[in-house]
Unconditional design. Structure first.
Lengths: 115, 117
């Protein structure tokens, strides 16, 4: 069990560019979550997957954001036409769904800086 | 809408002291409450998870309590060490509905703890 893995750890981009983050959950965890955290704030929920199905999306997830989990394993979060307000830490988490305690395990995050 | 508050926002204590971090939430219909630790620039590390039916959980020098009816949780750290310096976040998860949904955690803004050697 290597934990939740996120890549890249840090991304610097210019406004208007597209960026993609990848998350590999703990193996056999069927639920995967994306959160966003800005400086001095707690993480805010973006979306979650049960296997390959995206079951809930926050209003924070504008149409420039898209998340996928095509084979029910790793997930990608893409941000199109980045804006300076997108600068944040993007956190991925996983758990084993309702068969487990509901404890969430987070990765190290992907920090996005939009210039 | 669930709101989670953590007071104080920052706390400094001398090494060796016992301390308590507070977390309050407005909606008592929770499924569980989880305490996390976050080091600067890093992700979240799960410390303790308390189910809504439990009153407390312990792990090493850490003890978390839950009073769901009053909307409060505390994280007690015994014999603090400089390595305990970090931001501590609490998060609540709402009751699971019949259908999928209500999966999101609502976080507080955290307490930044500094242990002075």
């Amino acid at each position: 069990d290597t934990g939740v893995s996120q890549d890249p750890r840090h991304k610097i981009t210019k406004r208007g560019q597209n960026v993609t983050f990848r998350c590999d959950p703990i193996s056999e965890h069927n639920r995967l979550y994306w959160y966003r955290q800005t400086l001095g704030q707690g993480p805010e929920f973006l979306t979650y997957f049960q296997n390959e199905a995206q079951l809930e999306k926050s209003r924070l997830l504008s149409d420039r954001f898209s998340a996928e989990r095509p084979k029910g394993s790793f997930s990608t979060l893409e941000i199109q036409r980045t804006e300076q307000g997108d600068s944040a830490m993007y956190l991925c988490a996983s758990n084993a769904g309702r068969t487990n305690t509901g404890e969430l395990f987070f990765g190290e995050g992907s920090r996005l800086t939009v210039l | 809408k669930q709101e989670v508050t953590q007071i104080p926002a920052a706390l400094s204590v001398p090494e060796g002291e016992n301390l308590v971090l507070n977390c309050s939430f407005t909606d008592s219909a929770i499924y569980n409450l989880q305490w996390f630790r976050q080091d600067p620039g890093k992700g979240l590390t799960s410390l303790l998870l308390i189910q809504s039916s439990q009153r407390e959980q312990t792990s090493g020098r850490l003890n978390a309590s839950l009073d769901k009816s009053s909307g409060r949780s505390t994280l007690y750290i015994a014999a603090s060490q400089p390595g305990d310096s970090a931001t501590y976040l609490c998060a609540v998860r709402p009751n699971p509905p019949e259908n999928f949904g209500n999966e999101k955690l609502t976080f507080g803004t955290g307490t930044r703890l500094t242990i002075i050697p």
